[in-house]
Design a protein around this ligand. Structure first.
Ligand code: SF4
Length: 383
């Protein structure tokens, strides 16, 4: 796992897991968790609902030595480990205090990935079966987990994730030399999809197959955006990855990459924008406006860059365009395209004020639109 200090995750996770007595009164781990509410984050569920999510580790001890990670073996800080029953009890106290509605549970690796996975699974099983927790659970699949464990995780969780960290074997070797890209990381993603295809949804805890996500350390291995998005696109098409998370590399003190420059956080943002264009807007990877070095331009968002190259001379007629063409116009999102299609059923759209009432960002969209045959941007001055 990669905790980006820019997001405040590493420090808070570390603080939270100082062993008894070092940061708390009397070693009270419950009070410690409640006090460190900073690692309870607002998060959007797959259904769009926003909840407060406890994102944390079962143990901050790890036997692996990933170059970018604050929890890597041999790094000098005090670590803490929770047993499944203990941790489930702590979470339920947080939940009953209304401090956290759901949990995202990961772990450092101790005594092998399969052993660590069992502890994560035991925690989730106690929450679901003994404590009756029916809220949101997101479980991390550990490198080295077995297929049966992946299946058990899917039966308990709303979402499972396997962090690829890098887009391919060569890049991963520069970040985490003891992780095996194909067998340890990609294979569990394939298992998840195989299990979803072969097992009916009613077998899973809430009658639905859990979704899958992954995370990349963007820029940690000097990989290009093209490499990251090629892998993301493949995963979305082949194993139904719900989304990829991109975390811009930031050096951690006392790690082998501590002198490597931090990656511009804007790169992370551009990667998200491009991945949503691939997932939701009908764009192909080949259409992304990559620079010759395979990266997205930082100053311009990828949809705008594409439109500037492709739509200025061929603007989209709002009154006739199909949904897929409307979606290519900057300023028109998924809801905006639907609103235009719906409004067209009752009459022609002739001016930008009508589009603005439909929720379209007209200043962005106008240079690429025709309104009943006339260039929409000419109306901008009157706006
Ligand atoms: S496996 Fe690697 S990324 Fe995960 S906690 Fe251990 S050192 Fe960090």
């Amino acid at each position: 796992m990669y905790y980006n200090p820019r997001h405040g995750r590493a420090q808070h996770a570390q603080d939270a897991f100082q062993p008894d007595g070092t940061r708390t009164c009397g070693g009270d781990k419950t009070r410690l968790l409640l006090r460190d509410a900073a690692f309870v984050h607002p998060a959007q569920l797959p259904n769009g609902r926003q909840i407060m999510l406890l994102k944390t580790l079962l143990t901050s001890a790890c036997e692996r030595d990933c170059y970018y990670c604050p929890f890597r073996a041999g790094r000098d800080f005090r670590r803490a480990t929770f047993q499944p029953q203990e941790f489930a009890g702590l979470f339920m106290k947080l939940h009953q205090a209304r401090a956290a509605e759901g949990i995202f549970l990961s772990s450092g690796i101790a005594a092998g990935g399969a052993n660590t996975q069992n502890k994560i699974l035991d925690t989730a099983e106690i929450l679901r079966k003994r404590m009756g927790f029916r809220g949101y659970i997101h479980l991390k699949i550990m490198p080295g987990a077995e297929k049966g464990q992946v299946e058990r995780a899917m039966q308990l969780a709303d979402r499972v994730s396997i962090n690829l960290e890098a887009p391919n074997t060569e890049r991963l070797a520069r970040l985490a030399p003891h992780k095996v890209f194909l067998e340890e990381l990609l294979q569990p993603l394939r298992w998840v999809e195989e299990i979803r295809r072969t097992q009916p949804a009613w077998k899973f805890w809430n009658g639905r197959h859990p979704s899958t996500v992954t995370q990349f350390v963007a820029g940690g291995a000097d990989e290009s955006d093209l490499e990251l998005l090629t892998t993301t696109d493949w995963l979305m098409k082949n194993v139904r990855l719900k989304r990829a998370y991109f975390s811009a590399f930031h050096p951690i003190r006392d790690t082998p990459l501590e002198n490597k420059a931090a990656v511009d956080p804007l790169r992370e943002h551009r990667l998200y924008q491009a991945s949503f264009l691939l997932r939701d807007y009908g764009f192909d990877l080949e259409e992304m406006p990559f620079t010759p070095d395979g990266n997205l331009p930082l100053p311009t968002d990828p949809k705008l860059a594409w439109a500037q190259s492709n739509l200025v001379e061929r603007p989209v007629e709002v009154n006739r365009a199909e949904k897929r063409d409307l979606l290519r116009v900057p300023g028109i999102g998924l809801r905006g395209a639907e609103a235009i299609l719906s409004a067209r059923r009752t009459g022609k759209l002739r001016d930008l004020s009508a589009l603005r009432k439909l929720g379209i960002a007209v200043a962005r969209a106008a240079p690429f639109l025709l309104l009943d045959g006339r260039r929409a941007e000419r109306q901008i001055a009157m706006f």
